[in-house]
Design a protein around this ligand. Sequence first.
Ligand SMILES: C[S@@+](CC[C@H](N)C(=O)[O-])C[C@H]1O[C@@H](n2cnc3c(N)ncnc32)[C@H](O)[C@@H]1O
Length: 511
Amino acid sequence: MKHLLDDTDLAKLSTCIAGQMGLFFPPSKWKTLEQSIFTAANELGFKDVHECMSRFTSDPPSKELIEAMSCYLTIGETYFLREIRYFEILERQIIPEIIKNRRDGEQRLRIWSAGCATGEEPYSIAILLHRMREAMRDWDVSILATDINPHSLRKAREAIYTDWSFRTSPQWFKNNYFRPAGDKQYELLPHIREMVKFSSINLVEDCYPSLVTGTNAIDLIFCRNVLMYFTPQRAATVVERFKHCLMDDGLLFVSPCETSNVLFPGFDPVSFPDATLYRKQGGADRENETNVAGIEDISHSPTPRFFDPGSVTESQIQEVSPTHPSPLYPALNVATSAPLRDLPAQETASPYQKALTLYERGVYREAEEMVTMQLVQDRNDTRALALLCRIYANEGKLAEALKASDLALATDKLSSGLHYLRAVILQEQGMYDEAATALKKALYLDQDMVLAHFTLANLEQRQGKVRESQLHFNNALSLLEKYRPDDIIPESDGTFAGRLREIIRATTAGM
Ligand SMILES: C[S@@+](CC[C@H](N)C(=O)[O-])C[C@H]1O[C@@H](n2cnc3c(N)ncnc32)[C@H](O)[C@@H]1O
């Protein structure tokens, strides 16, 4: 191919790609980049590469174009049980530990596969959890899987795979969980497919954590083989945001080639042979607590149990001794939360304002302390109670969040926002009928509340009420017409109107 773009064009393009998608294209990759832009220009119907480039580098390019371009620029390589060691650790250590810790508490597990490509990773997790269903009876388990690439997400939702996706998985994996779908293709069984919820998230966007995208109070984030393609700055921003999405002691899974002693400030490395996980710092009293990753070294275990085809029962869940390995990189530990010291401009701010700033930074424990100070001054401060509710929700303390929302509502029964907040908590607790009632109250008080229509539509879709769901999605879409794409939706923790519109379009596409 003769050169269509010169070095100045390619430098501009790579800066733009890094800004919009995080991907790193140094000069050594410019030839590939040029080829990709050429193909994209042809297939997306541009006159030539220059038109494609100038649209993409316009300020800002549309989300549709960013997503369309991602199909040509991202690497979607993936397969079931990739880097199987992580799945062994998950099955043998992490999940048993969570089950043990939460035996008397909220039995809830939230997992996010960020950069899920065509779905093999989140479905591997779903299969593993299905194998543990006996031990997790009555648990509320959710698996969120997101990607920027719309083609990959479409394939992931279809859940039909060829042998190539099973290239390292044991025979039982395919035999037990897939059925033939013609011409050497295999379809995932519906009950596993339904365990995973797919949605589109560009990790570069500031749209997580958020109650709207379900990226709050996450226990385990899998983001493997994604950050290795990012510029160091973008990767660092994503890791920082992940920290805010995770519960205290939550874990981040990256691939072996992404482990780093500089990329994960605010996390403690948890080392296994052939695998390092990253645990969010800031857990409660570590000395007395068995945390999510209370680590038993399984390097010398004779037969990895993961390869047994049977499901795992509660009696098989071992008591794992809570050892707390010292962090490998103690020097990095300083980057945890010393939030109040670097808030000089806030010296005269009220405890509520300080709490709000801390909340927005994702420093929930300190935000909780600060908002409690506000409530000592005025226990009926509605804003503070509502903030406390959000803080608890982000910490995964749903019972406390519900109590705070009740207290807030007692001070202002006519607030549609508070009824909405209560509904979100009820929904997260699996109390769908009560959540629907709370949403209807919110809509009675404010029929233009976009998020209440959207959330009710999702609930109704889940309950199989297709007609009602479609109606509420339509209401949300027509209300969104009053907003510009970059307006922030009220009560949404910073979700843009354009983004919500896309989420609704993607959700309703197959309805
Ligand atoms: C190599 S695949 C990894 C798939 C899976 N996690 C695994 O380890 O097998 C990388 C995925 O990251 C996605 N990706 C790249 N940039 C992204 C971004 N800015 N936001 C969301 N996903 C992105 C790509 O579309 C691709 O599907």
